[in-house]
Design a protein around this ligand. Structure first.
Ligand SMILES: O=C(O)c1ccccc1N[C@@H]1O[C@H](COP(=O)(O)O)[C@@H](O)[C@H]1O
Length: 223
């Protein structure tokens, strides 16, 4: 198995972005969804990215790919954020056709979230096999949730054994420094497994990233 890629999602400040990239994060995610405690505006994300690029140039660490997380977002808002990003990550009702159209229109790659409770949900991912560059298998949010993810909820990773597609996938939901090595080990025979994605498991409170937990997550995932 090649080294798993790591996405740190819900970045709200330059210090977190730089710390994560310095420690080897492959993707950084910005949440453009107002109901999230991790929401950032496009203007704030742009400032963070400028600081990150400068630090990457000064220190020589690799620039991570930059992902925007959206939930049923209109085209006007997408068009403002798109020039900052390499990937759109969709968590709403965006159909396969819409994912494909938006990726082509804005010249970005598409990550499609697939909420999972069991193998039937994994089978539903087939619909997005062509439209998405990467699938993101994430836990279904708990009852009464006000957003479709980012609750630290996990699902039974063995459900992914039924995935036989070729579209690469990230595993998300309830990951943390304490369990990420087990999560990766659970996918070791899966050829389409690309890596892991985390948000609340590296926070000290909702929306507050903890620099030490971010570093610990990256170290455990890349070990
Ligand atoms: O993080 C959020 O607030 C969020 C809002 C809307 C959709 C998805 C969201 N988070 C994503 O959910 C997964 C798993 O998160 P966690 O590690 O279990 O907290 C991840 O991709 C987050 O970016």
């Amino acid at each position: 198995m090649s080294d798993p890629l790591v996405k740190i999602c819900g970045v709200k400040d330059a210090e977190t972005a730089i710390g994560a990239a310095r420690a080897g994060a492959d993707f950084l995610g910005f949440v453009f969804f107002r109901k999230s405690p991790r929401f950032v505006s496009a203007e704030a994300a742009e400032e963070i990215i400028l600081d990150l690029k400068q630090a990457s140039f000064d220190e020589g660490f690799a620039m991570p790919r930059l992902v925007g997380l959206f939930v049923d977002t209109g085209e006007k808002e997408l068009s403002v954020a798109a020039p900052l990003l390499s990937h759109f990550q969709f968590h709403g009702h965006e159909s396969a056709e819409r994912c494909e159209e938006l990726g082509a229109e804005f010249g970005v790659e598409v990550i499609r979230a697939i909420p999972v409770t069991g193998p039937d949900d994994v089978a539903a991912a087939k619909e997005f096999a062509e439209a998405a560059d990467i699938l993101l298998f994430d836990a279904k949010p708990p009852p009464g949730a006000v957003r479709p993810g980012g609750y630290g909820a996990s699902f039974d990773w063995s459900a992914l054994a039924s995935y036989d597609g070729e579209t690469p996938y990230l595993l998300a939901g309830g990951l943390a420094p304490e369990n990420v090595a087990d999560a990766i080990a659970s996918q070791k025979d899966r050829p389409a497994f690309l890596g892991v994605d985390v948000s609340s498991g590296v926070e000290s409170a909702p929306g507050v990233k903890d620099a030490e937990r971010v570093k610990a997550f990256l170290a455990a995932a890349k070990k």
